[in-house]
Design a protein around this ligand. Structure first.
Ligand SMILES: Nc1ncnc2c1ncn2[C@@H]1O[C@H](COP(=O)(O)OP(=O)(O)OP(=O)(O)O)[C@@H](O)[C@H]1O
Ligand SMILES: [Mg+2]
Length: 245
């Protein structure tokens, strides 16, 4: 579905991402974890075609991404960020927004928005402005806004980290069921191992701009991965009893 080949991203003379070879299969659900500043968001932005790499190649469904085709490809994906970034208009308009750019109008647009408002339990909020929403409600709007586009790939960058524990759990469960049902290809960035099992059993670890592991979550938590950067990342979780070890 997506691939990176010899990708390097340099900012302010510093290499912040270096991925030699990465493949994301169609229907794959991958969690991405790593310490603050590791390059997780940068990795996601490169994959979502929001940030062109300094060098190297990105492939979407086997086709090399170029300046010419990148916008077309980008419109087949959707991104949800930690901060919902909603427009100062109604919930309905916020969810409908991306469809204007994709030429989806009239009854079809209405039907899709209604469906996704219902699906995320925010139909009653349709006329409200984002300013008057709670964090959890705003994130539901943000999710509806992404899924209404019926994307081929969904990117989520720590979407629930600002939410309280029970709201986070609720949304993780809903999203997990949704992703399993739709089979949409997903990349989910988090800094918390405990969030991963709700969505997937596959994980990539990014450390200092490099992908130091991609594989099963089970193997990782079982301590079978001996890469020092992975051990360092796991250690505080184990010490605090958040994961067994
Ligand atoms: N536009 C930029 N210019 C310069 N440096 C940048 C830029 N964007 C990111 N960086 C640097 O690249 C590194 C990786 O940043 P990134 O946001 O990808 O990390 P992250 O893993 O998502 O971190 P966090 O867990 O805090 O969200 C950081 O050191 C950051 O300061
Ligand atoms: Mg980040």
């Amino acid at each position: 579905m997506l691939a990176l080949k010899d990708v390097v991203l340099v900012k302010d003379n510093k290499t912040i991402l270096q991925i030699d070879d990465f493949h994301l299969e169609r229907g794959e659900r991958l969690a991405v974890i790593g310490p603050n500043g590791a390059g997780k968001s940068t990795f996601l932005k490169v994959l979502a075609l929001l940030e062109p790499p300094t060098s190297g190649e990105v492939f979407f469904r086997g086709e090399k991404v170029t300046g010419k085709n990148s916008l077309d490809f980008r419109r087949r994906m959707a991104v949800v960020f930690q901060e919902p970034l909603l427009l100062n208009t109604t919930v309905f308009n916020n969810v409908a927004q991306g469809m204007y750019f994709r030429g989806i109008t009239g009854a079809q647009r209405q039907r899709r928005v209604d469906y996704w408002l219902e699906r995320f339990g925010i139909t009653a909020l349709r006329h409200r402005k984002p300013l008057h929403l709670s964090g959890g409600e705003a994130q539901r709007v943000s999710l509806a806004r992404a899924f209404v586009l019926e994307p081929e790939v969904v990117f989520l960058d720590e979407p629930f980290s600002a939410l309280d524990f029970s709201t986070r759990l609720e949304l993780l469960e809903e999203l997990g069921a949704l992703l399993a049902n739709t089979g949409v290809t997903t990349v989910f960035v988090t800094h918390d191992f405990n969030e991963i099992p709700y969505l997937t059993d596959k994980v990539a670890v990014i450390d200092q701009g490099n992908m130091v592991y991609k594989g099963g979550l089970k193997e990782l938590l079982a301590g079978e991965v001996t890469v020092p950067a992975v051990q360092r990342l796991l250690e505080p979780f184990k010490r605090s009893g958040l994961i067994p070890g």
